[in-house]
Design a protein around this ligand. Structure first.
Ligand code: GLC
Length: 434
């Protein structure tokens, strides 16, 4: 296995240090309170969808509060949907009337958001949909709300996908010009596997779009959904956890798992499949232990607030991060050859040479770590800096004389743990390596 990291055009150095970001899916679909794909999934006709536009008025929108909540959770960057698949734009774009400034709210949402998050020292990213179910030139395909109409061919005849691609390019140009130091660009998504019914790099004219992006912001971290073989900086597994580091042709790549609290990206009132705090903290740790980032999504309500359930979880993650963030920021997976024991994950900070053992299940007293005997100077619980003794206590070693402990060929490092699990979501032991 090679561990070389594939080098890409954008600057991912800050990104792999940050490890934890906030995704925000927000638009007029928040009023449907049923997932951001409603228009397509439920074949909502344009006139009916217009009702959400006509009633969009997030009067409680307070981006400072959002930014504070995210910063307290320990997030270091955010990515906002400037436009989702329904085509609705969150800023005062000159290229369409289908934008927030023409809704009852009447004001730009994007500039205040970027400023608020920057005030919290967070980096800013834009998610921009390649797909657009509102634009009159976007051809009807497998995902389009009009796909089941009897006269699709007729409806498609006047549509000119080239014109749409120009619109898409101009909007990306506008965004990356008006906001001249955006850190992440998330273009979503391609589906060439659907053939005639799908869309890919030809439909987006991705090569051209790519040039615009790099010309305007050469260092921007670009995702991988333009249907281009090269040029992207990050791989973006969605709603699942990879089993190990992500590699392409044997080379490790920078990656970011995007995850929801409840399965939906946009606000979904009646979703009940919310992940627990425990699960979310583990997800973050698991991601970093495989050299990835976690982009965790919130879908604000139509009034402009984070869902109570999201706030609870973000606060809980913040409490865990307050005590344990040094096992996350600037950390990677473990050095080559080290494998965490059962129910544990390793993260490692190469600068400080500290290895972190995250314990998903609390064992009884002894924790056996293979390959680390003689390599650790000092060990402590991270939540309260209480020393963890290394080596079996005298009585136990008497009992085990002549008996192998663990399965390793060489003796493992043994840590003596308190019987009671520390009162934190996931306890972490900090090992100061020699
Ligand atoms: C998908 C969905 C979308 C969501 C995105 C986030 O591609 O179409 O609704 O925005 O994933 O990764």
């Amino acid at each position: 296995m090679t561990t070389d990291l594939l080098s890409t055009p954008g600057d991912t150095s800050w990104f792999t240090n940050a490890r934890f970001g906030l995704f925000i899916h927000w638009g007029i679909y928040s009023l449907t309170a049923q997932h951001e794909w409603g228009k397509s999934k439920r074949f909502i006709p344009e006139e009916q969808y217009q009702l959400y536009f006509d009633h969009f008025d997030p009067d409680l929108y307070n981006p400072d509060l959002w930014a504070q909540t995210a910063a307290n959770a320990g997030m270091k960057y955010f990515v906002i949907t400037t436009k989702h698949h329904d085509g609705f734009c969150l800023w005062d774009t000159k290229l369409t009337d289908y934008k927030v400034t023409n809704t009852p709210y009447g004001k730009d949402l994007l500039n205040p958001m970027v400023s608020a998050f920057r005030k919290q020292n967070m980096r800013a990213g834009f998610y921009h949909s390649l797909i657009d179910w509102h634009h009159k030139d976007f051809t009807i395909d497998a995902h389009h709300p009009l796909r089941d109409e009897p006269n699709v061919a007729e409806l498609n005849a006047p549509r000119d996908q080239n014109k749409y691609a120009q619109y898409l390019h101009s909007q990306v140009r506008e965004l990356l010009t008006d906001f001249d130091d955006i850190d992440v660009l998330w273009l979503d998504f391609s589906y060439p596997q659907f053939g005639e019914q799908g869309k890919g790099h030809k439909d987006w004219q991705s090569e051209k779009l790519y040039k615009i992006v790099r010309e305007l912001q050469p260092n921007i971290v670009l995702n991988d959904r333009l249907d281009l073989k090269e040029g992207w900086d990050i791989k973006t597994p969605e709603q699942f956890q990879p089993r190990a580091d992500i590699t392409i042709d044997g080379q490790r790549v920078v990656w970011e798992a995007c995850q929801t609290f409840s399965g939906s990206w946009g606000y979904d009132r009646d979703q009940t499949t919310w992940k627990s705090l425990d699960q979310l903290v583990r997800m973050l740790i698991d991601t970093v232990s495989k050299n990835g980032n976690l982009l965790l999504n919130v879908g604000p309500t139509g009034r402009g607030e984070f869902d109570r359930r999201a706030i609870d979880r973000l606060n809980g993650m913040g409490e865990w991060m307050r005590l344990h963030s040094r096992s996350i920021y600037e950390c990677d997976g473990p050095p080559e050859g080290l494998h965490a024991p059962e129910d544990c994950r390793y993260t490692y900070n190469p600068q400080t040479n500290r290895l972190y053992v995250h314990l998903f299940a609390w064992p009884f007293k002894q924790l056996y770590l293979d390959g680390l005997a003689g390599r650790v100077n000092y060990a402590q619980l991270l939540n309260d800096a209480s020393e963890i003794k290394i080596g079996l206590d005298a009585w136990v070693s008497g009992q085990t004389q002549g008996t192998r402990i663990g399965n390793a060929k060489e003796e493992p490092l043994v840590l003596e743990l308190p019987v009671i699990k520390p009162d934190v979501t996931v306890p972490v032991i900090e090992l100061f390596l020699k």
